[in-house]
Design a binder for this molecule. Sequence first.
Ligand code: SAM
Ligand code: SF4
Length: 382
Amino acid sequence: MAITTLPPLALYVHLPWCVHKCPYCDFNSFELRGAIADLEYVDALLRDLDFELPLVAGREIISIFIGGGTPSLFGGAAITRLLDGIRARLCLLGDCEITLEANPGAVEAGRFAAYRAAGVNRLSIGAQSFRGEQLKALGRVHGVDEIGNAVALAREAGFDNLNLDLMYGLPQDNLTGAIDDLEQALALAPAHLSWYQLTLEPNTAFHRQPPALPDDELITAIEKTGRELLARHGYTRYEISAYAQSGRRCQHNLNYWQFGDYLGLGAGAHGKLTRPDGTIERRARLRNPRSYQASAGQADSVSVDRVGRAEDLRLEFLMNALRLTDGVPRDLLTERTGLTLEPMRGAIATATEQGWLGGEPETLATTPAGLNALNRVLALFA
Ligand SMILES: C[S@@+](CC[C@H](N)C(=O)[O-])C[C@H]1O[C@@H](n2cnc3c(N)ncnc32)[C@H](O)[C@@H]1O
Ligand code: SF4
């Protein structure tokens, strides 16, 4: 199906190493053994980008997210080579948001300054909790003090756009402790907070040996109290787990939720690209860093999947768009995919009657009740 305008295009870059693998984490991350060969890995990323370039000729990059893994293990020279290489090959939007993920246990003042000079303008710091015993239970490589230290170093290096990642529903969690975590995060006044409920993911140590997690009643109480606290401090919830001060929503993640396009570079990275005829390609890289590096820049490092069926596309679109508290314009599906919502008219009516969808007539948006019951809402559309 033809579309009139191609979606905005973002760039995700995956740096796969960590000091230690956290027992809850199912990201494509690997414990670093020995010294990091960061410059060689960056060269592989740029070969990978060269291979993708013909697919995105003439398109501007709206945001870059350097995620992991633990990108803050990479030296300043490597991140500079990466961003210089990207700028030499792609046209970046004037105020392109460039985020890098940092772990408070892998932080250095000189490195932060080099990231800033290289063009990184947003740091996302993985705090997770401000309780020492919880950080231990989560297998984190840092203590509480290192979180504040990372924030201070980031600010000294010139970063004013900071995100903190926090998790709740931790092993043996309780209301007071979870809210205290939020209060300590708020005391650091980050521009953005990602507040995730801990989930037990397949193929993780926690999944194999589950810790005792709070029941639904406690989770509901933590969420209610926490969301009120965040709102009182001026943080607007704009997605299930994302809260931001005014003007500080994460442009990169918004692009995913608004069904934009993205290039994905690095071991195990995924990309989504729309062709002018409306076809959507999912492109995935080899997950193992060594295999990825050996094959980057060649066709055998990438597997391509065409999202063909209209029903699958509509559902994928809704799975993203309905996470946003503001929802999306009803005609965004057509703009992004050339499809209409017509076949979903019955399900939309049912969800609206249930009180799960609401808002302006031209908008498709979940109500707070719908957001709480998102899986049940999506089941209506499946
Ligand atoms: C790729 S990690 C972030 C950066 C860095 N590696 C770190 O951990 O500090 C992205 C975030 O996802 C969240 N996360 C990871 N696994 C999770 C899980 N099983 N449940 C909930 N949130 C999770 C954590 O808050 C984490 O900071
Ligand atoms: S540091 Fe982050 S990416 Fe690495 S294992 Fe822990 S949660 Fe996963």
